[in-house]
Design a protein around this ligand. Structure first.
Ligand SMILES: N[C@@H](CCC(=O)N[C@@H](CSC=O)C(=O)NCC(=O)O)C(=O)O
Length: 288
């Protein structure tokens, strides 16, 4: 492991809704590479007050900028006094052959897990990065309340929010997702990346599949909010939210799955319900 100390470099800073949007780069010991993330600090945090924080995980092909720019959630985050942390979606420049070839594997498609298979396993460790390194460094550097931390995400990021929230329910006190991949072990996107990152044995996939985690006894004490567009182009093939609904009913996981006629998979959908998600987190994190 590299022993270089973590040093956060502030690359960009902008005033926004009375708070600040910041973009940082640092050397990630977990990924073994430089990594970037974005932050929104509400006005109270800019005055040094510790505020609750929601981590926002973006989907395939996205970066640390996408959610902050496209979700239009920052006015509501400022109003509620919530900070947002938006990581990148994969390591960058890992040097894996053909890692930029497909948009649903490799660069931009880290799936928020730790790869176990060569050549991916050296750098594709977004699981530990999200579960440990990123919260540690960002919460040490900024006025964020580590006792009030939630996680949300879109599509591949929705999958990330569900698995991390279910795997560590006391660490992540609230969960929500937009159009998440709920059962990657049975859909084409998931089968492709899980085979590459985790190998062909599907038993090894269960730790990174929200439906399997619920089947295997993981549960979150708070209601999980999920929004899904009924006109989503990936709904039938990749998302299949009915699996989540079915297992949630079976195991008694509280789930608020809302279906929205006419909405597709895009950030036009995300931005339509982003404020609801922040209010869900604010309620669970006991803001105000
Ligand atoms: N291949 C296309 C589509 C990629 C795409 O739709 N990405 C979604 C997430 S899909 C699941 O994780 C996304 O959020 N895109 C960003 C956006 O701004 O809409 C492509 O390469 O564009």
């Amino acid at each position: 492991m590299d022993t270089q100390p973590t040093s956060l470099q502030l690359r960009e800073e902008h005033e926004c809704h009375g708070g600040k949007v910041q973009f940082y780069e640092h050397f990630s010991h977990t990924l073994g590479l430089a990594a970037r993330f974005g932050v929104f600090l509400p006005p109270a945090a800019c005055q040094g007050q510790k505020v609750p924080v929601v981590y926002a995980l973006a989907g395939l092909t996205c970066t640390e900028e996408t959610f902050l720019i496209k979700s239009t959630a920052l006015a509501e985050a400022a109003h509620l006094g919530l900070a947002l942390v938006a990581p990148d979606t994969s390591p960058r420049g890992a040097g894996v052959p053909e890692e930029d070839k497909d948009w649903d594997l490799g660069t931009g498609a880290g799936f928020y897990l730790d790869a176990t298979q060569a050549p991916w396993c050296k750098h594709y460790r977004m699981g530990s990065y999200i579960a440990q390194e990123l919260p540690e460094i960002v919460e040490q550097a900024l006025p964020l309340d580590s006792a009030r931390r939630g996680i949300m995400g879109h599509s591949m990021g929705g999958h990330g929010a569900l698995i991390h929230g279910l795997r560590a329910p006391t660490f992540w006190k609230s969960i929500s997702a937009f159009a998440p991949i709920v059962h990657p072990a049975v859909v084409p996107w998931g089968k492709k990346v899980f085979t590459a990152y985790l190998g062909p044995d599907a038993a090894m996939w269960r730790a990174y599949d929200a439906v399997c985690l619920l089947e295997d006894g993981h549960k979150h004490p708070n209601t999980i909010l999920v929004d899904q567009g009924a006109a989503d182009q990936f709904l039938q093939r990749e998302l299949q939210p009915w699996h989540l609904q079915q297992v949630a009913e079976q195991v008694g996981q509280k789930l608020n799955l809302r279906q929205h006629a006419g909405y597709d998979h895009s950030y036009w959908f995300v931005q339509s319900f982003a404020a609801d998600h922040l209010r869900h987190h604010a309620e669970n994190l006991k803001v105000g």
